[in-house]
Design a protein around this ligand. Structure first.
Ligand code: FE
Length: 172
């Protein structure tokens, strides 16, 4: 799994991230580094690092969270896969409840919001808040938005190797 992830980050991950100023691999590594710098638990650092893996395995804008989570679930538990699955919903949530959040979105992120269902309704937002991985999903989303800085050189994928190995199912 780690070899497969390394290959994804260095192969398809080196491609442009549609409309963003960084490659998708650099974007994901930036997000992982931000989570690490914030002192997040290893599983949440992994979720931030891997949040867009669904794009690398062929998921589209609306479904890449689910696609990535399903793909990761063969090796990682819900504390990694759930924030990944929910990070698209977290954008719809933050756009609904947080004044000014929409303004921090990149133009590409605004464009994909429509395909993802637009901002949540009040009822959807309340339901989302009640979920067990709500806070983690929102954290991943904030690192996601902040991880598109072309001036930042994130650590190489190998920096996260040990952390990921420690989270693999059956490794504990
Ligand atoms: Fe992202």
């Amino acid at each position: 799994m780690i070899d497969e992830l390394t290959a994804l980050f260095t192969g398809p991950g080196a491609a442009d991230y549609l409309g963003e100023p960084v490659t998708i691999g650099a974007h994901m590594r930036q997000a992982g580094a931000l989570a690490e710098a914030a002192g997040a638990a290893p599983s949440l650092v992994a979720a931030a690092l891997l949040h867009d893996v669904g794009h690398l395995t062929g998921g589209d804008d609306a479904r890449h969270g689910l696609a990535g989570a399903s793909w990761l679930a063969t090796c990682f538990g819900p504390s990694v896969t759930e924030p990944v699955r929910l990070h698209v919903a977290a954008k719809r949530y933050l756009c609904a409840v947080e004044p000014g959040y929409f303004e921090v979105l990149s133009p590409e992120s605004v464009r994909t919001l429509a395909a993802q269902g637009g901002p949540m309704s009040a009822a959807e937002a309340a339901e989302f808040e009640a979920g067990p991985y709500f806070a983690d999903a929102v954290s991943v989303r904030r690192w996601d938005e902040a991880a598109k800085d072309p001036a930042v050189t994130p650590p190489p994928f190998g920096h996260f190797d040990e952390l990921l190995r420690g989270l693999l199912r059956g490794s504990a």
